[in-house]
Write a protein of this length. Structure first.
Lengths: 350, 350, 350, 350
C-alpha cells in the first residue's frame, strides 16, 4: 500500500484527497497534518468521513513514521519550504500550490512577481526536478523516477485541456485567446469571508480579480509550449452561485476557415487516449453537473463560422479534476499504477 | 454476477440504481427498460454515465434474456402487474412503489384508499410473499428465500429509522407523535412541473399535501409493529430548495422522565450493528450534506426536558437511503451478499 | 419628516431599515452609525443603495443633531445602555434585540439567564415603559405616548402570529404546542462564520440550538398572555439553504373536535383588520416566496382530524416582517401614521 | 391615470409589469388578458399580489373598454397580429418580442430567418412607426408621438448598454467583439421544461444555443448604428443557477492604447444623464445582486493592458431592466412622464 500523508488536511483540498484515498485500492491515509484543528478527528470536522477515516489531525511536529507520498494541500510558500525534508525521507511530493508549477527560478520569479509574492523561491534547486501535473499533457514525465509534481490550478486545468489541441495544431491566432471562466464558490476554499458568506453569495454572480488571476501564468506557459511560441491571454474569473464546478468558455480566432466538424475531429483525436476527457459537439446537452464529483473534463467544441471564431466550453469539478482528483491521478502515475485507479466513478445525478 | 434489469430506467429512481450497479463488484446492468426515451443510450440522457453505462433504453417488449433481479423504479400500479411474469422467470422483484409495501389485501386496500387509488391489488396472492425493505428492521426476513421486496418510501425510511427505537422501547405516548419532514426537490422525481420549475422553487419553501401524504400508512404500520399497538401520527411534508436530502424532525412526548444521555444510549444500542445508521447527540454539527450521495441515516437525539418531549432529527439522502441505496442494500440481502457491498462510500464534501 | 438614526447601520438589520426609509414618504435617514466601516459610504458597502442613500457611516461619537427616532439594529446589551441618552434627547427608541422585549426586571432576568447573559438589565427603570412590538397584538399600546419598542425576534413574529388566535380562543392544550421553525441563512446576520460559508451551507439543512433558542421566552410569554395562563413550548430552529424566509410549522392538540373550516373562520376573524396578515386554507399554494421582500405574514390553517391536531404554517420574510419591516410598522404607530405607510408593496415574483 | 392592458398576463413578463403598475402613481392595470388561466384571479396564481391586484384573467374576446397602452408580454408572432386593432383604438403598443424591434421588412426578415421564423411580418406597414426601446439610446424617439415600442431582449439590453460607448467612440475593432452572457433561469420564462426542472438545474451551469441566439441581431444592429458601420459579434448564452440576473462579460480589442481610467471617463460621460446606468471601475465590488429587483444596469469598466483588450462587465435584472422595467420606462416616455416614475427603488439586500 502507498502510505500517504496529507498536509493541510482540514481544508477542502485536504478533505478531498482524504475522501479519494479512502476509496483507493492501493493507497491509504497515513497521517493528517494541519496547523489548525490539531487534536480533532477528521470525522468530527467532516462527519461524512465517520467510519471511513477517523484519524486525528496532528501538528507538523507530531508526525512519525515514513510515507511514500505527501499531498501538500497548502497555499503558496508552504510546500517549497517543506519539500527538502520530505524528499530526504524518500517521500514524493505533490503540491497543490504554485510552488512547483514552474521549472526555473526565472519562471517562478515571473509568476510570483505577477501575483505579488516574493520572487525568490525557497528551494530553487528543486525546481528542475518538478513536473507540471496536467497528466494529459505530461503523462510521460510524471513517472516513477520523478519526486515532485506541481499540481495545476483549477482554472488552469479547465483552460489548458480546453485549448491545448487548438494551440498544438496552430488553429488559432495566438493573440486572440480569451478565457471567460466561471467557478462555483468552493474554489475559494474553506475559510469564511464576507464575500463568500451564504446570504452575500446567494442569487449573486460577479467577476473578480480583473487585474489578473494567479492561474494566468501557467495557462500561458502551457499553451505557449503547445503552440511553439509565447502568447498572452485575456482571462476573466467569475463566481457563480453553485458549490462545485468550473465552466470555462474559451475563444480564439481561427487562422483558417475550419468547420465545427473538422475541429471536433481534431479534438477527438487529441484526447482519444485520455480516460478523463470527453469531447462533445455543440448541440450536446452537457453541463457542470455531468462532471460533478468526478475527475472528468467535458469539452464542447463549437465554431462560430460567421466570425471565424473557435469556442470551447470546458467543464470540470474544481475540487476533483481541478484539485484532488488530478493529484491522485498524478500519484497513480508517480507509482506506476493505472492512471484511473480510484477515480473510476460516474458521479451522481441529479 | 447478478444480472439486473431496471424498469423505469430513465427516471431518477432508475438512474440512481444504474449508477450504483456500475460500481457494484458482483452485479451488473442487464437491461434498461422504459416506455419513454426508448432507443436512446442512457448516457445520452445522463451524460455522466458515459463510459460507465452506455446501454440503450428498450421498451418492455424488446427485453430478451434472463435476469436475477428486477428493480421496478415505477409508480404505484405498475410493479403489481409486472411481478408475476418476473417471478415466473425466476427474477426477484424489488419494487419502489407502494405496491408491495403491504402484506395483506386489506392493508393494501387501506393504503390505496387513503391516497385515492383503486383498493384492489392486481395480484393480491403475491402480497404475503413480499417483505418490507427497511433492512435495519427486517434484515432477517430479506433473505435468499424471498422473491419480492417492497422498497420503502423516502420519508418513511427517515421517520421509521428515527422513531423505531422509541417505539420499540415504549418511550413515547403513541398519540403524541409528530413527523415534520423536509425534502429536497429531487423527491418529486424527474417530470417537470410548474411547482418544481427552477424559478418557482428558488428561494421558496412550503408545506404541501397537508391533507395526507402517501407515506403515512407505512410509517404508522411499522411504528405500530415496534410499539406493539396501533398508532396514528401527524405528518407534515415540506419542500425546501435543495436538490437531495431529507431532514425529518420527529416529536413524541416521553412517558417517563428520561435524560438525553439515557435516550442516546438506547439509540446507540439499537443501531450498534447497523452499518448505515449513525447516532449523534444534540450538539453534534451534522446535517443533510453529511449523508448526501450515501446510504447513511444520521440521527440526532435530543430531549427537551422542560416539556418532556423527545425530538429526533433524522437525515438521509432521499435518492440513496430513501430509494436506490436501500434497494441495493435489499438486493445484497436477497442474494446473500454482505449488506454494504457497493454502498461503502463516504460521499463528498462540500 | 421623521428624522431617523440607525445604529448598527452596516449590518443586515441596519441596511434593511435604511432601504425602507428611502422609500418612506414621511421619514428620512438622518444618520448612519456603526463601530465598523466608519468613514465608508453606505452605498460603497451596499452598492444597491447608490443614489438612494450615500451617507457616510459615522462612529457613535461623531453623531450630531437631533433625531425623532433611533433604530437600534444592535445585539443584546447595546440598546439598553444607549437608550437613556436617546430618550433624554426626545428620541424614541426601537430596539431590535431582547433588551426591551420584557417589561420587568424579573422577566428580563429570566430571559437573560436562559440564554446565558447577565441577568441584570443596565437600565431596568426603562423596562416598564417599553412595549413589545408585534403590532397585531399590541397596536393600541404602540402609540404617540410611548418611547420604547422592543422589536420582536424573527422566529417569534412567525410563531406568535401563527398561534395567537389559537391561544386566545383556548383552542389547544397549552402543553401540546410545538414550533418547528425553518429559516433562511440571512437570519444569521452579516458576519461570516464557518457554518454560514456558502459551500458549507449549499445543499445543506440542519437543526441547531436544540438546547434552546433565544426567541422561546417571548413566544411563551405572548402566547401565555393570549391563553390566560403560563405555558411552555417545544421549539426547534432549523436552517435551510435559502436567503430570506421563515416557515414555522406550528402544532397543538385541539381541546375539542373542530373542523378546518371552523378554525379557518376563527383565524380570518382574528386578522380581519390586520393589513399584513393573510389567512389561507390548507390547499392554497402559498410559500415563503410569496412574502419575500414584504411585511406580510401568510398563515395556512390546517386541521389533522385523525389526530385532532391543529397545524398552522406561518410564512414571513425574516428581514422584513421579522425585523426591519416590523420596526417601521412600529415607527408608524409611534408617530401616529397609517400603519402601512412605506410598507405597501407586493414584493416580486419569481 | 394611464389605463394599461397586459396581454400574456400570466407569464413572468406579465406579472412583472403588473407588479410595477401597482406601484406606479399615474398608471393602473385595466385588464389582464391571457389564453391560459382564464377565470383565475391573478392573485390566486401569484399570491404575493393579493390585495395589490386581484383582477381576473380574461380571454382576448372578453376584453371591454378602452386602454391607453397595451403591454404585449407575448412571444414572437403575437403582437404583430394584434397591434393594428390596438392602434385603431388609440392604444399605444409596447411589445416584448422581436416583432417590433426592427424597422423595415428587410431587417425583420433577416432576423426572422436567422432564428427560423417566417420572414414575412404580418403587418409590415407598422414597422417604420416602431421604435426600439432601449431608452438610453433612443430616448428622444420614444415620445408622445409614437405608438409602438419594440421592447428589447434581455441579453440585448445588457450587451448594448455595455458596449454602446465603446462603439460610438470607435474604441474597439469591430470584428473583435465577444459577448459572453450568463443568465439566471427566470430568463427561460414560466413554462416548465426538463432542462429548467429544479433538480436538473441545481448546481448546474451550461452554455446553450451555441449555434445562435435570437438577441444577436438587435445587438449587432444597435452597435453597428453606434459604430457607424456594420459589425458581427460572437455571442455565447449560458445559464447559471440563480433566479434573476444577467452578467454579460463583453470583450473588444482596443484600437489604441487606452488606460482603464481613460475608458472609465468615456463611459461615465456617456451615461452621465442616465438615471438607470451606473459605471464602476474594475475594483468595485459589484455584482448581480446589486441590481436585482431594480431597473438599473451596473457597468464595470476594465482594460487588460497586456493584451490591449477592453472588458466590460454588465449586470442587469433580466426581468426588470431586461423586460418589464424597460417596458415601464418606455411607457413613461411615451406618455411624457418622468422616465424614472414608478421605477425609483433600490432593491433589497441580501
Amino acid at each position: 500500500m502507498i502510505r500517504a500523508k496529507v498536509v493541510g488536511a482540514g481544508g477542502y483540498g485536504g478533505v478531498g484527497i482524504t475522501e479519494l484515498l479512502t476509496q483507493h485500492p492501493e493507497a491509504e491515509v497515513g497521517a493528517l497534518v494541519d496547523v489548525e484543528n490539531v487534536g480533532s478527528a477528521i470525522s468530527d470536522l467532516y462527519p461524512h468521513l465517520k467510519g471511513f477515516c477517523d484519524q486525528t489531525i496532528i501538528s507538523p511536529d507530531q508526525v512519525e513514521g515514513s510515507f511514500d507520498v505527501v499531498f501538500m494541500a497548502t497555499p503558496d510558500g508552504v510546500g517549497m519550504k517543506l519539500a527538502p525534508a520530505e524528499l530526504a525521507n524518500g517521500t514524493k511530493v505533490i503540491d497543490y500550490s504554485g510552488d512547483f508549477r514552474f521549472n526555473t527560478p526565472e519562471s517562478y520569479a515571473a509568476y510570483a512577481t505577477r501575483i505579488g509574492l516574493n520572487p525568490e523561491h525557497a528551494n530553487p534547486q528543486l525546481l528542475p526536478q518538478s513536473v507540471y501535473g496536467v497528466a494529459e499533457l505530461h503523462r510521460v514525465d510524471i513517472n516513477a523516477d520523478k519526486q515532485i509534481v506541481g499540481n495545476p490550478g483549477c482554472f488552469a486545468v479547465s483552460c489548458i485541456l480546453g485549448l491545448s489541441p487548438a494551440a498544438s495544431k496552430q488553429l488559432v491566432q495566438t493573440d486572440s485567446i480569451i478565457c471567460d471562466c466561471k467557478t462555483g464558490v468552493s474554489g475559494a476554499g474553506k475559510t469564511p469571508h464576507a464575500v463568500f458568506h451564504y446570504p452575500a453569495r446567494y442569487d449573486h454572480m460577479n467577476a473578480y480579480k480583473l487585474a489578473g488571476h494567479q492561474h494566468v501564468c501557467e495557462i500561458e506557459r502551457e499553451l505557449g509550449l503547445q503552440a511553439g511560441s509565447e502568447l498572452q491571454i485575456t482571462f476573466t474569473s467569475q463566481v457563480v452561485p453553485l458549490c462545485r464546478g468550473i465552466m470555462s468558455t474559451l475563444y480564439g480566432t481561427l487562422k483558417e476557415d475550419l468547420s465545427e466538424a473538422e475541429v471536433l475531429e481534431i479534438y477527438q483525436d487529441a484526447y482519444a487516449n485520455d480516460a478523463f476527457v470527453r469531447v462533445f459537439n455543440s448541440v450536446a446537452a452537457v453541463g457542470s453537473t455531468h462532471v460533478r464529483g468526478t475527475n472528468y473534463c467535458n469539452l464542447v467544441v463549437s465554431v462560430d463560422e460567421r466570425t471565424r471564431r473557435l469556442r470551447i466550453v470546458s467543464y470540470i469539478d474544481n475540487l476533483v479534476k481541478g484539485q484532488a482528483g488530478s493529484a491522485l491521478q498524478n500519484m497513480n502515475l508517480l507509482f506506476g499504477l493505472e492512471e484511473t485507479t480510484g477515480l473510476n466513478r460516474p458521479g451522481m445525478y441529479p
